[in-house]
Design a protein around this ligand. Structure first.
Ligand SMILES: [Zn+2]
Length: 732
């Protein structure tokens, strides 16, 4: 018998796959119909038609019935095809020892995994349940391809291969993978074995970025539904010119909001065929839906279905996305993180946060990496190390401690606790004593604004002032011998620390931080050592569906690997040998930009750029090292993202300074009062404000909104919308 047994058919029915089953003629000697395009038996859904084999047309549309299955199970030549609509599979088309390695890797993640094999080959299929809609993906390796079989595909579960060998698949319950686990495994296999990855759809390619879209609220009243790819269905402006069979369908045209599929740009789409006038342009859509600010026809990154892309293309595309983000107004910027350890760590921390804070989490993870990598890496051209001071603006209370707790747990599990220092400062001397024991360390400090304020000369306790001074010195001493004897007890030995690598992740309220922003403090350059970010959403919504607070094993292992490889020359004093972090980017460009900004800014904030290059390199180094800690290379993408972070920091500080905070002579601007009056009366959305004040540059509008917000005259308020809440500004 070539086909499947009754018991095999029954098994797949019993695990709920009735609709997904199809027959496959498995007799290698069967005659293929002359009218059929089939080339061999045993591989794709097929049946006997008048004694000859033919393929099953439109099989992806079929839903098998119990009755059909009974019929098929009575034909001994029919094997079982499973449509991978619920039970998915990784089809490993590799006939070498590499297949065994991949099998082992899968078993490491999923100990209950079973495989469909056949005797004369090492090729195998790994079936598993996965909810959702997924298109196929292919990982190319040096010895063959690994295909993820998603919707619209199938594999043969039981029967006989063309070669005459029987397929073997244990009749059992197959493991169910949560989507996140699947992505982790897929990415792990890609990273470990793959040379190129091809994704056949946009949903699979990149996770969504959580972004606010100010165009969407204007479109919602017109939308006729939401597709599972995240598109809001809208009638195509060229609806009457559709020429394809399904031209009347409205589910194939609409709007993808910002961040959908990892694309930071909102865009319209219509997948119908159109007559000779072609597809509607973005401005056709904008006109049709009366969108004033959307009308420029700049190119939109659209992920073509069924197009193949290799990794470098995907990377090139993501850096293209990045420059688009940068072209947008600063306030609409979203942080993009390069794929890899840093991003995966951030993603885990966010997944288990009750109030996810992406910006704070990113800073926290980068500073942790800076400590872990510390003293071992250097950009030797400038002697730059990975010590850095990062500050997140956060309200007191809610959610800001979450990332600290996660980092501590991760450090503990991955044997990196020695890089985590105490979370409070008692004295400047204490910091130095700690560094003598742990010369590379992360301090995660709450209420860091008190220390910042002491830089601004506010009435702080003296120990804060001395800490600030020590931090200032340490920042510049990470590649030399630091001698801080004057701070310690004269009776004790002088403090000598070779290449101290102090990383700080602090949180502060905006008001407290603003106390640091005196003209003197800015001039002195102390402030420019700190990279400060304010979250785009200060009070994120609760995520009641929090994930596992324990880091995934894979993440722990990857950090642990780093711990193992840095054992040798860390911690205790002595000249620390550092690996050079190479760069494919011309850092002179950063220096030129830094100098230019310092000189051209007439408002007293020029000194904020004095450490621009240094801070960008530090952050880029962390991305590069986390990507390849043996041979790190800062790519243009790493630099771009680091620039984005440092730029956002300086812009934020400048906006505070410009709105008069920290300085006595607050600039009066009639626009401030005018906009306040408008907001008070109209409770407008951001888009409505921009439309009303169309003549004012968007950057200036943002500044005024900042000022009013800081002055507590206005606030953002969530109001119910048609399908989704709308954010409006109201008087506070
Ligand atoms: Zn259309």
């Amino acid at each position: 018998m070539y086909g499947a047994t009754k018991e095999q058919w029954d098994h797949f029915v019993s695990i709920g796959l009735t609709h997904d089953l199809l027959p496959v003629v498995s007799n290698p000697n069967a005659k293929i119909s002359a009218k059929s395009a089939l080339r061999s038996t045993g591989k794709v859904p097929s049946k006997y038609y008048n004694g000859e084999v033919g393929g099953i047309l439109n099989w992806t549309q079929k839903n098998a019935t119990d009755k059909a299955i009974i019929e098929w199970s009575e034909q001994p030549d029919y094997g079982i095809c499973i449509q991978t609509r619920h039970l998915r599979a990784l089809d490993v088309d590799i006939d070498s020892d590499l297949a065994d390695e991949i099998k082992q890797t899968i078993l490491n993640f999923v100990p209950t995994a079973v495989f469909r094999t056949r005797e004369n080959s090492k090729k195998f299929v790994f079936p598993f349940f996965l909810d959702g809609t997924f298109s196929k993906r292919i990982i190319e390796t040096k010895q063959g391809a690994i295909e993820f079989l998603g919707n619209g595909q199938q594999f043969v579960a039981c029967g006989t291969h063309t070669s005459g060998a029987k397929y073997n698949l244990p009749l059992t319950t197959y493991p169910t993978l949560p989507e996140e686990d699947f992505e982790v495994i897929f990415n792990h296999i890609l990273e470990q074995f793959g040379t190129v990855a091809v994704f056949m759809d946009n949903k699979a390619r990149q996770p969504d970025i959580d972004m606010e879209d100010d165009v969407l609220p204007l479109l919602l009243p017109h939308s006729m539904g939401l597709t599972n790819t995240g598109m809001y269905c809208l009638k195509c402006p060229k609806f009457d010119e559709h020429t394809d069979k399904e031209k009347g369908s409205i589910s194939q045209s609409g709007y993808f909001p910002k961040g959908k599929g990892g694309n930071p740009k909102g865009h319209f789409h219509c997948s119908h065929n159109h007559n000779e006038t072609g597809k509607p342009t973005q401005s056709d859509w904008a006109v049709a839906y009366n969108l004033i600010d959307f009308g420029d026809d700049e190119p939109v990154v659209e992920i073509q279905a069924e197009s193949s892309q290799n990794l470098s293309e995907i990377q090139a595309e993501s850096s293209q996305n990045l420059s688009e983000i940068q072209a947008e107004s600063k306030h609409d910027r979203e942080l993009v993180i390069p794929r890899g350890l840093i991003k995966d760590t951030v993603d885990w921390i966010l997944s288990c946060a009750l109030q996810p804070q992406p910006e704070l989490t990113l800073l926290n993870v980068i500073s942790f990496a800076g400590a872990v990598f510390g003293r071992r890496y250097e950009y030797d051209k400038f002697g730059t190390r990975t010590n850095m001071y990062l500050v997140g603006i956060a309200n007191t209370g809610d959610g800001k401690d979450h990332s600290r707790k996660c980092i501590k747990k991760l450090a503990e599990l991955s044997n990196l606790s020695r890089f985590v220092g105490p979370d409070a400062i008692k004295s400047g001397e204490g910091v130095l004593t700690m560094l003598m024991k742990k010369p590379s360390v992360l301090m995660m400090l709450d209420e860091f604004g008190m220390l910042m304020a002491s830089i601004g000369g506010s009435n702080a306790q003296p120990y804060l002032r001395s800490c600030a001074k020590i931090f200032t010195e340490l920042y510049s001493s990470s590649s030399v011998l630091y001698q801080g004897g004057m701070y310690s007890d004269p009776k004790k030995d002088p403090v000598n620390i070779e290449c101290p690598n102090l990383c700080i992740y602090g949180t502060s309220t905006q008001a407290k931080y603003a106390e640091a922003l005196t003209p003197d403090a800015i001039d002195s350059g102390e402030l420019n050592r700190f990279v400060v970010l304010k979250p785009k959403i200060e009070n994120p919504e609760y995520n009641f569906n929090v994930g596992d607070r324990n880091p995934p094993d894979d993440l722990v292992n990857r950090w642990h690997k780093i711990a193992d490889s840095i054992e040798v020359n860390d911690l205790m004093g002595g000249q620390a040998y550092a690996t050079n972090v190479a760069s494919e980017y011309n850092m002179n460009e950063l220096l030129i930009y830094q100098r230019q900004r310092k000189m051209e800014l007439q408002d007293g904030t020029g000194p904020l750029y004095a450490r621009y290059t240094e801070n960008v390199i530090k952050i880029a180094m962390v991305f590069a090292i986390s990507e390849n800690h043996n041979d790190p290379l800062m790519s243009s993408l790493h630099i771009d993202i680091a620039k984005q972070i440092v730029d956002a920091s300086i812009e934020f500080v400048r906006s505070l300074v410009k709105s008069g905070i920290g300085t006595k002579d607050r600039r009066e601007d009639p626009l401030i009062d005018e906009m306040f009056a408008y907001i008070k009366d109209e409770k407008p959305t951001k888009t409505e404000i921009c439309r009303k004040f169309r003549k004012v540059h968007k950057v200036d509008i943002d500044k005024v909104i900042d000022t009013l917000t800081y002055q507590a005259r206005i606030k953002l308020e969530k109001t119910p919308g048609k399908t989704k809440p709308i954010m409006r500004y109201v008087s506070a």
